[in-house]
Design a protein around this ligand. Structure first.
Ligand code: CMP
Length: 139
């Protein structure tokens, strides 16, 4: 089915000026960018986005990393976009990611892992609505 998923190109990628390289993996997989903006998240915004992880030991570090520089937030559309993007991203820990994935090829560490992608249709809808108004999405 035609799906939408939410993506973040993280601060390690904006710092290294490789957002275009990341985008080439996304578009190379047949996913279309139907909304995109560069933002610097506030602490409250990052804490809210990652609220599901707030009891995890790495929560504080994760939030600090995500506000350490600008990010690019995106809505991606395509056939089976959620699973397809997770496949292109590779495993959370780049050490476990398959060859040819964004995280294997580009990520620095489990924290500075270059990209975020939604894990299910419900979270995709929530995450898209967290950052984008309907009229900012142009499919
Ligand atoms: P993301 O898909 O954005 O969702 C939660 C993030 O937490 C994850 O990517 C990783 O960047 C980060 N993360 C997961 N596990 C760890 C960990 N053990 N240490 C630090 N960060 C982690």
């Amino acid at each position: 089915a035609l799906e939408r998923t939410f993506s973040i190109i993280k601060p390690d990628a904006t710092r290294r000026n490789i957002t275009g390289k990341v985008l080439s993996y996304i578009e190379g997989a047949g996913l279309r960018v139907i909304a995109q903006k560069r933002i610097h998240m506030s602490k409250a915004q990052a804490e809210g986005f990652y609220a599901v992880h707030k009891e995890r030991p790495f929560f504080g570090e994760l939030v600090e990393f995500m506000i350490s520089g600008p990010v690019v937030v995106q809505v991606l559309e395509g056939e089976n976009a959620i699973a397809k993007y997770r496949e292109v991203m590779g495993a959370t820990n780049p050490a476990n990611a398959a060859q040819g994935t964004i995280r294997k090829d580009l990520a620095e560490s489990i924290e500075a892992n270059t990209v975020h992608g939604s894990d299910a249709p419900e979270t995709a809808a929530q995450e898209i609505a967290y950052f984008f108004k309907d009229d900012e999405i142009v499919g």
